[in-house]
Structures are given as structure tokens and as C-alpha cells.
Design a protein around this ligand. Structure first.
Ligand SMILES: NC(=O)c1ccc[n+]([C@@H]2O[C@H](COP(=O)([O-])OP(=O)(O)OC[C@H]3O[C@@H](n4cnc5c(N)ncnc54)[C@H](O)[C@@H]3O)[C@@H](O)[C@H]2O)c1
Length: 257
């Protein structure tokens, strides 16, 4: 029961349906509930999110699903108010929602650029901004921002994604420094190439995509949702109480080369 007594909110947490390919948020919701947390799952995919939440509750969890588009400021205000009204407080926020866009600088439209910055950078900023007052009320909290190895290094494409994930990395350090004295910790997680609903179209349908990624992973396999969720669990728990402003890389060795 590593999260006993804690209330957590996770964005992009719809993909946690048993038997289906899971995402980091869905797997984190399952682990958090297993470890005793009450969890508010949020996503723009309502049907899948409701199904994930129902399955977790059938297993003895205490979770709810609420729709949230992380780019919507009023949406954040409403969801945090609803979470606190349901469970009484907020201890943990996981800013995990995201989408990809594999385009070069010249191929990247302003629309793609803005879309990437909105969901990753603005979404993470808004969540952090509105979670902090609630965490202050309970004497602290943990905010976990899901960046990527693409927030640390470049690649042949994904221009706006790199920029947005890099923004999450430094935003996290900035918030960590600002709120450390209030016992609000802020860390970033940097997953490497992993098989999730987000990346499945590439691995399943794009010739050579899986091989291209595997060549870059010393451990020799793609990551899965639980590989990342266990790192998120550590940062959510009090086991990491001296960890703030840190970057947790979970990438099978990709960025060690
Ligand atoms: N899979 C990988 O290889 C990988 C590697 C590094 C980082 N990441 C990052 O991990 C995070 C989780 O991705 P995943 O791979 O687990 O896939 P996933 O598909 O399970 O998670 C992304 C979720 O975010 C949701 N989402 C998209 N836009 C949203 C919005 N505006 N508001 C709310 N929710 C929104 C999607 O509906 C989806 O459920 C993303 O931020 C992604 O960029 C993934």
C-alpha cells in the first residue's frame, strides 16, 4: 500500500482496459489504485476511460473517470474542484496526456506546432497551476510530468514534439524550485520507445519503424506501459520524498549511448 491515503489525478489515463494495449496513464491508474490511492482518471476518450475506471473498481479500487481536455483552462478548474469534492483533497498529479507529430521543421505547420505546445506544455502548466493550491492545503504533494527521451535528445522528425517535451522538462525544474519549501515536489519522467496505443499505429503499420527503434535500445525490446508506470508510482509515493526537479529516464539505455 505505497500510496495509502493519497488522492491522485492522472491525465491521459483512458487506456487501462484489461486485455487491451495499455498506456502509461492507464497502467499508472491501475497501480495507484492497487497501492491504496483514490484516483481520478481523466482523458478526452470518455468511453475507454469509463471502462478502465469500472474495471479498476471491480477489482476493489476507488476511482472515478472525468472527461478533461488538458488544453482547456476552465476544464482544469472544474475537474480539480470535482476531484476535491469527491475525495476531499489532492496529493498527486500526473500530467501524462499527449499526442505525437512526426514532422521535420519544414513540414511542421503552425497548427501542428501550436497543437503540440498546447497539449504538452500548456496542459502541464495548467494542471500544475491549479493543483498547487490544493496541495498547499494538505501540506505538500507530488507532481509528475511525463516528458520523453525526446525532451532530452533530438531525432530526424517530431520537431514540435521535441520542443514541447523539452518545455515540460524545464518547466518541471522551475516549478520544483519554486514550491520545494512547501513540500510540493515536481519531477519529469522521460520514457523511451514504448508500445502503447499512441505508438501502436507506427509499430503495426509502418514498415521498419519497430526495427528503427529497437536498434536504438540497448536492452533490446520496446518498453511497455508498466515499465513507465512503476517509475511514476515511485515519484508519487513518499519513497521519493527527497526527489524534486529530477529527470527519471526509463528508456532501456537509449540515451546512455
Ligand atoms: N509511447 C511512447 O513511446 C512514449 C515515449 C515517451 C513519451 N511518451 C508520452 O507518454 C504520454 C502517454 O502516452 P502513451 O504512449 O502512454 O499513450 P496513450 O495513448 O495511452 O496516452 C495518451 C493519452 O492522452 C490522451 N490525450 C490526447 N490529447 C489530450 C488532451 N488534449 N487532453 C486530454 N487527454 C488527451 C489520449 O486520448 C490518450 O489516451 C504522452 O505524453 C506521450 O507523449 C510516450
Amino acid at each position: 500500500m505505497r500510496l495509502e491515503g493519497k488522492v491522485a489525478l492522472i491525465t491521459g489515463a483512458a487506456a487501462g482496459v484489461d486485455g487491451d494495449l495499455m498506456g502509461f496513464g492507464g497502467a499508472s491508474a491501475r497501480l495507484f489504485a492497487q497501492e491504496g490511492a483514490k484516483v481520478v482518471l481523466t482523458d478526452i476518450k470518455e468511453e475507454m476511460g469509463q471502462k478502465t475506471a469500472a474495471q479498476i473498481n471491480e477489482l476493489g479500487g476507488d476511482v472515478i473517470f472525468l472527461p478533461l481536455d488538458v488544453t482547456n483552462e476552465q476544464g482544469w478548474i472544474d475537474v480539480i474542484a470535482a476531484a476535491v469534492s469527491k475525495y476531499g483533497k489532492l496529493d498527486v498529479l500526473v500530467n501524462n496526456a499527449g499526442t505525437g507529430a512526426r514532422t521535420t521543421v519544414e513540414e511542421t505547420t503552425v497548427e501542428t506546432w501550436d497543437g503540440q505546445m498546447d497539449v504538452h506544455a500548456k496542459g502541464t502548466f495548467l494542471g500544475t497551476k491549479y493543483a498547487i493550491p490544493e496541495m498547499r492545503k494538505v501540506g505538500g504533494g507530488s507532481i509528475i510530468n511525463v516528458s520523453s527521451i525526446y525532451g532530452l535528445i533530438g531525432s530526424p522528425t517530431s520537431t514540435a514534439y521535441h520542443a514541447a517535451k523539452g518545455a515540460i522538462r524545464l518547466f518541471s525544474k522551475s516549478a520544483a524550485v519554486q514550491y520545494a519549501k512547501e513540500n510540493i515536489r515536481v519531477n519529469s519522467v522521460h520514457p523511451g520507445y514504448a508500445h502503447t496505443p499512441l505508438t501502436d499505429p507506427g509499430y503495426s503499420h509502418e514498415v521498419g519503424r519497430a526495427e528503427w527503434c529497437l536498434e536504438r535500445i540497448p536492452i533490446g525490446r520496446l518498453g511497455n506501459a508498466y515499465d513507465i508506470a512503476y517509475g511514476i508510482l515511485y515519484l508519487a509515493s513518499d519513497e521519493s520524498s527527497f526527489v524534486t526537479g529530477a529527470e527519471l529516464v526509463i528508456d532501456g539505455g537509449t540515451t546512455a549511448q
